[in-house]
Design a protein around this ligand. Structure first.
Ligand code: SP5
Ligand code: ZN
Length: 354
């Protein structure tokens, strides 16, 4: 299976994030996650690791505001100017704002760093360090490469009867909106890939990360050409808290083209699979040409950020049912923080697409 991966993610290693209650903890979205997945993939023998191509900024600007991307590019440098002490121990520091915008209307990003940060960042897990911007671009390029691979007409319909690809990328993307970073995400890799594919055909996005794909929902909410679906912990108790409810179904041209499946704490294989079946029905009815699957393994029983009880057997079945759609599918890595099980879990899901 074509797997797009780059070591550039190593430049993004924030030393901490801040949990509810102001608790500073080691950054859960860490580089070790990639190492675990790489190790598991190498053992399979079917993963074909490929460096991403460079798509430049245009496909990112097609989804995100330029001013927001400029903020990501310059934030760390501006922070060093504002707090020169950081330069003495950059590896112990991460840039986060302490004041957040409520975005009343009209709202604007002010010109100076702290105001911009509170405007463009939604929470205390989207930490910026020196190499964040570079890692973010590389992550998006992995997703775009995965999209391009499934869009390429196959030379032999027997060899690639059902084309699929895997973007092994971090930082993840599905919490990032057109002008905000959130939940470890800066550029919405899955949305960038889906938008890129949307110029070639009809696209459906099926988000199976444990958390609501709020960024993707926001980005495509009023679009009539892309179906977006997310299965996740009910935002009434779970992050991202303010979006991802069942009554959010799209607007304007996109009315009826967004679907949330908010699920309760303790959701296990059987309950998850029955929600997935409903989602798959919607996708079949939409009859897309391409499928993008933002994939988080944080639904796993034992994930430190999750409350679901999906098992490894569950991931096998989830993969099997999605693959049964028979669509060209780009699987884009999102969350999953039970590092010891992460490699085996993702391999179990991917096996159905190879
Ligand atoms: C891509 C992705 O999965 N992002 C998730 C970001 C979640 N950040 C929210 C942190 C809330 C911390 N709550 C701690 C509960 C520990 N039991
Ligand atoms: Zn997640």
């Amino acid at each position: 299976m074509k797997t797009f991966y780059s070591d550039t993610h190593l430049k993004h290693q924030p030393p901490f994030e801040v949990f509810d209650g102001g608790k500073r903890v080691p950054y859960l979205e860490n580089a070790d996650r990639m190492k675990r997945i790489l190790t598991a993939l190498e053992k399979t023998g079917w993963a074909e690791l490929t460096p991403p191509a460079d798509f430049g900024l245009d496909p990112i600007y097609a989804v995100h505001d330029r001013d927001y991307i400029a903020f990501l590019e310059s934030a760390w440098r501006e922070w060093l100017i504002l707090d020169p002490e950081v330069a003495a121990s950059p590896e112990q520091n991460a840039f986060l704002p302490a004041t957040f915008a409520l975005r009343r209307k009209p709202s604007r990003a002010p010109s100076q760093l702290l105001g911009k940060a509170g405007y463009y960042i939604m929470d205390l897990s989207a930490c910026i360090v020196a190499g964040t911007y570079e890692a973010v671009l590389s992550s998006a390029n992995c997703a775009l490469s995965a999209a391009e691979f499934i869009a390429r007409p196959s030379s032999s319909f027997i060899l690639h009867a059902k084309r699929s690809s895997f973007a092994l990328c971090r930082p993840p993307g599905h919490h990032a909106g057109k002008d905000y970073a959130a939940g470890y995400c800066f550029v919405n890799n899955s949305a960038v890939a889906a938008n890129w594919l949307s110029s070639k055909g009809r696209v459906a996005v099926l988000d199976i990360d444990y958390h609501a794909g709020n960024g993707t929902q926001d980005i495509f909410y009023e679009r009539g050409d892309v179906l977006t679906i997310s299965l996740h912990g009910d935002p009434d108790f779970e992050y991202p808290h303010y979006i991802g409810f069942a009554d959010e179904t799209g607007a304007g041209a996109g009315l009826g083209l967004h679907k949330n499946f908010p699920l309760p704490k303790g959701t296990g294989d059987a309950e998850y699979l029955s929600a997935l079946d409903e989602a798959l029905k919607l996708i079949r009815n939409f009859a897309p040409d391409y499928l993008v699957v933002p994939t988080g393994m944080d639904t796993f029983d034992g994930d430190p950020l999750g409350t679901f009880k999906v098992t490894r057997a569950g991931f096998a079945e989830i993969g099997k049912r999605i693959a049964a759609l028979g669509l060209p599918t780009a699987i884009i890595m999102e969350g999953g923080y039970a590092n010891a099980a992460l490699g085996e879990n993702i391999v179990t899901l991917l096996e159905n697409f190879k």
